[in-house]
Write a protein that binds this ligand. Sequence first.
Ligand SMILES: [Zn+2]
Ligand SMILES: [Zn+2]
Length: 159
Amino acid sequence: MVSREHCPCGQPESFANCCEAVQKQGAQHVEALMRSRYSAYVLGQIDYLIATTLPAQQSGLDRDAMQQWSQSSQWLGLDVLGSAQQDSSPARGWVRFNVRWQDAEGHQLAHEELSHFVRGGDQRWYFIDPTVRLKADRNGACPCGSGRKVKKCCGPYLG
Ligand SMILES: [Zn+2]
Ligand SMILES: [Zn+2]
């Protein structure tokens, strides 16, 4: 169980001083964004999960499925295994993490993932969801808003 004295993401700080502050002020680092998204799953903040996904992908997200997964799971913990970001154009970052949860049938599950993030023209970091297919022309403008071609920009991280 997640202790209420600690942030749901596992940091010793309170939620208000950890992921809630990130949710309100925006993340400076992709690891903070990833942690705040995990806390959003724990707390059922589906709007935040959608808002922090690449804007061009947001309409392709299945809100009901996200809500269902968020609520039917008992979240057991998050371990961040590594992260980095670079001030390229556009700025990119990645986080490798392991998440543990118990499903509605009582099975304990774990999932390790390498998530990719890109900083949009509004200077906010966004999660690139590899499960959301974009009908993007590979030679067209990248949906992250960088002005570069998809194939030379976020193409490798898109579904
Ligand atoms: Zn946190
Ligand atoms: Zn891009």
